[in-house]
Design a protein around this ligand. Structure first.
Ligand code: 1DF
Ligand code: MN
Length: 355
C-alpha cells in the first residue's frame, strides 16, 4: 500500500496502469567513460561537453540526477511508487554510446544492454527496456537490435538524435530501419543537443539543452527522415518521439503545403516526391510521448491532430521527476477510456509489452 497522499501505481479505480515510456538510466561505467573522454579532450561534440560537464559536476541537481540515473532497483521503484508509475520503459541516457568510436560504441552497447536485461529480469513487473545501439556501425547496430529483441527481450531501440553530426536519413544507416521493421519494434528518437554544425547559435544564449535546442535538433532529424522517403522504403517502420513530437505536430499544414510546392518546383535537387504527404507519415508511422510536456493544451492538441491512439505518457525520469506532473495527466479532461490509451494501452501496443 502507498502512504496517504501518494498516487497508486495501479490506478485501479480508473482502470489503468501508468506506463512511463522515456525513462533514462546510465551505468556507472558509461559515466566513467564519458568522464575519461572529457579528460582526454580533443575534438569532442560541444553539446556532449556542455551537458555532461554539468551533469558529472558538483551541483546538487546534477548529483541527484546522476545518482538516480545509475540505480535500477529499489530506489527507482520507490520513486515510481511515490508517483504512481507502474512500469518504466528504460533507455540508456543521451548521448548513449553514440559519441564513441564505432568499435567501442558497438561493444559498449552490448554490455549495457546485457546489464539492462538483467535489471529487467529482477523486476519484470516494473521495468521494460529499449536496446542501445551504435549507429556509427550501422550493420553492427542492426545486429545488436536483433540480439536485444530476440535474446534479451528488449522492446525496440533508442537513438539519441544525431550520431557525430550525421542523421539517419542517410541510407547508409538504413540497416537499422530494416531490422526494426522486420523485428516489428519501434525506434525511439530521443533528443540530443544540436549537432556541431548548428550548435553555437543555441549555446550563445543557453538554448542548446532541454529548454529548446533538443527539440529543434530532434524535430529537424525526424523531418529529414520523413522527407528522405525512408517511410516509403520501410512502410512498417514505427518511430516514437518525445516532448509531444518536438513541435512538429504544430507545423503539419505548413510543412505539407511547402513540401508540395517544393516538389512541384525545380528549385531543390534533393527534394523527393513521396508516396504520401509528410503529415501522413507523422500520423501513421510516428507515435509521440508527453515527456517533459505535462501541460494540458498541447497534449489535447496532439490527441486532436494525431489521434488518441498516437499519444503516450512519459515522465522523463530522472531529469523531470516531478510528482505534480502526474496529477496534470490524471486531471486531463478526457474519458477514462482515452486516459487508459494515453497511460497504458498505446504503450502496450507500440512497444509490444504483452509479448
Ligand atoms: C536533460 C533532459 C538532460 C533530458 C538530458 O541528457 C536529457 C536536462 C543529458 O534536463 O538537462 O536526456 N531529457 O531527456 O529530457
Ligand atoms: Mn528524455
Amino acid at each position: 500500500m502507498s502512504a496517504p497522499g501518494t498516487t497508486e501505481p495501479s490506478s485501479a479505480n480508473a482502470g489503468y496502469l501508468r506506463i512511463a515510456t522515456e525513462e533514462a538510466f546510465a551505468p556507472a561505467e558509461l559515466l566513467q567513460r564519458w568522464r575519461a573522454l572529457m579528460q582526454r579532450g580533443g575534438n569532442l561534440d560541444p553539446g556532449f561537453v556542455d551537458q555532461w560537464g554539468y551533469f558529472l559536476g558538483e551541483s546538487p541537481r546534477a548529483k541527484g540526477i546522476a545518482a538516480r540515473l545509475q540505480e535500477i532497483g529499489a530506489q527507482r521503484i520507490r520513486d515510481m511508487d511515490e508517483t504512481g508509475i507502474a512500469r518504466q520503459i528504460l533507455s540508456l541516457t543521451n548521448p548513449g554510446v553514440q559519441i564513441f568510436d564505432a568499435a567501442t560504441g558497438t561493444a559498449l552497447a552490448a554490455t549495457f544492454n546485457d546489464q539492462l536485461a538483467e535489471a529487467i529480469r529482477a523486476h519484470p513487473d516494473r521495468f521494460s527496456g529499449l536496446a542501445a545501439i551504435a549507429p556509427q556501425n550501422p550493420a553492427g547496430a542492426a545486429k545488436e537490435l536483433e540480439r536485444g529483441v530476440r535474446k534479451l527481450g528488449l522492446k525496440g531501440a533508442i537513438i539519441n538524435s544525431h550520431t557525430q553530426g550525421e542523421y539517419l536519413d542517410d541510407p547508409k544507416f538504413w540497416d537499422i530501419f530494416a531490422a526494426a521493421e522486420s523485428l516489428n519494434v519501434p525506434v525511439y528518437l530521443h533528443p540530443s543537443t544540436p549537432s556541431p554544425r548548428m550548435y553555437a547559435p543555441f549555446a550563445e544564449r543557453g538554448l542548446e539543452g532541454a529548454i529548446y535546442g533538443f527539440a529543434v535538433e530532434t524535430s529537424l532529424h525526424l523531418l529529414r527522415i520523413i522527407v528522405s522517403g525512408a517511410f516509403d522504403r520501410f512502410p512498417g517502420l514505427r518511430m516514437v518521439v518525445g516532448h509531444l513530437g518536438e513541435g512538429l505536430p504544430y507545423w503539419l499544414s505548413r510543412i505539407d503545403f511547402f513540401h508540395r510546392a517544393n516538389v512541384a518546383s525545380d528549385r531543390y535537387a534533393t527534394v523527393k516526391k513521396l508516396n504520401k504527404k509528410p503529415s501522413d507519415y507523422l500520423k501513421e508511422n510516428i507515435w509521440v510521448t508527453t515527456s517533459g510536456m505535462a501541460w494540458e493544451p498541447p497534449i489535447l492538441y496532439c490527441q486532436q491532430v494525431l489521434g488518441v491512439d498516437r499519444v503516450l505518457y512519459a515522465m522523463d525520469y530522472p531529469y523531470q521527476f516531478i510528482p505534480e506532473e502526474v496529477k496534470v495527466t490524471d486531471n486531463l479532461p478526457i474519458s477514462d477510456q482515452d486516459k487508459k490509451k494515453l497511460y497504458q494501452s498505446n504503450a502496450e501496443r507500440v512497444f509490444g509489452l504483452g509479448a
